[in-house]
Design a protein around this ligand. Sequence first.
Ligand SMILES: [Zn+2]
Length: 389
Amino acid sequence: MSDQPVALYQLGDQGAAVSSLRLLLQASGDLAPSSVGDGDVYDEEVARAVRAFQQRRGLIVDGVLGRQTHVALMGSRWKLGDRLLTHIPGHMLQGDDVAELQERLLALGFAPDRVDGVFGPHTEHAVRRFQVGVGLAVDGSVGPETLRAFADLSRSVSGGSPHSLRERELIRRSGHRLIGRIVVLDPGHGGDDTGISAHGLIESEINLDLARRIEGRLSAIGVTVLFTRSATTGPEELARAMMANQAGADIMLSLHCDSTDQSRASGVATFFYGLDRFGAWSAVGEELANLIQREIVARTGLTDCRSHARAWVLLQRTQMPTVRIEAGYLSHQEDAARLGDPAFLDTLAEAIVIALQRMYLGEDDTNATGVLRLSDLRAYNTKQRATSE
Ligand SMILES: [Zn+2]
């Protein structure tokens, strides 16, 4: 479910900050320029504009001004060249201008880590390499000189997003085996935050139970598995992302269950990093999300709620392909009954592990969805090991 932090402002609130929020929403094109409303009242019109902005940006669409929406909205006023861009450790600049910079660096072959609109160490490093490349003073900051160099060098890139191509290339070059890889499993919630409770089940516990079942299967085929939390801890989303980055993980899987007020909603959905506006898109994340989605649907018969691009913190701030799985609705009686069954969790775990392996098999994979078994994979991996050593 939604991990949007506590609301800063929402429908019905009043305050001077709402007037400036209106201005920001007008500037972003989500609120009509003529709109004045009640000025400092967070009315239905403001909430609608916030929802429109969230929709466009792949954020959680709730019409509430939470922290993530606030940061994105504040960042949307900047265009490349409006301000000096530089890496400030501990207080990284964020905004559309940073995303534009990252796009240009990518287009010119100086890859920052990804287009996420955050000026971190990777972006600084890419700026430095760019500056070396074009013979500028190397300071890792983007001021007038560097901007001029961009303007001179701009060229269009065709044939797909360079970021997607690079990500695919990394997977291709890294070979076809899962053995020796690092997979970070992120059981959602934890500690005081138990997630959803419904039909006698607690989400944080199911997430952890499922993670352990996946861990067992991955360890058995030689994968190193790390957890973002224990049974008693519940770190922030950003801390989880940083942990996976520091571990140098190849893949991160975040495990959740969903719920809604409508008890009829049911099924499985997967999410990967994507943000339309800048063409930032984790192609491998999408591929893995699709594979996981298909294997789970084929093996469990859960309703197919498809895979979707989102800019949630965990997806955005991880440097490796990350997929979030919402494995059924605890608010749905049948889904809940299945999630309470250990054999069903085993089937889910198996589906997820097979999907992971299929991603690495790539073009060698000729098996139909839902038919590969772990024992087949073990045999395949042994054969691969024999031929490569
Ligand atoms: Zn959750």
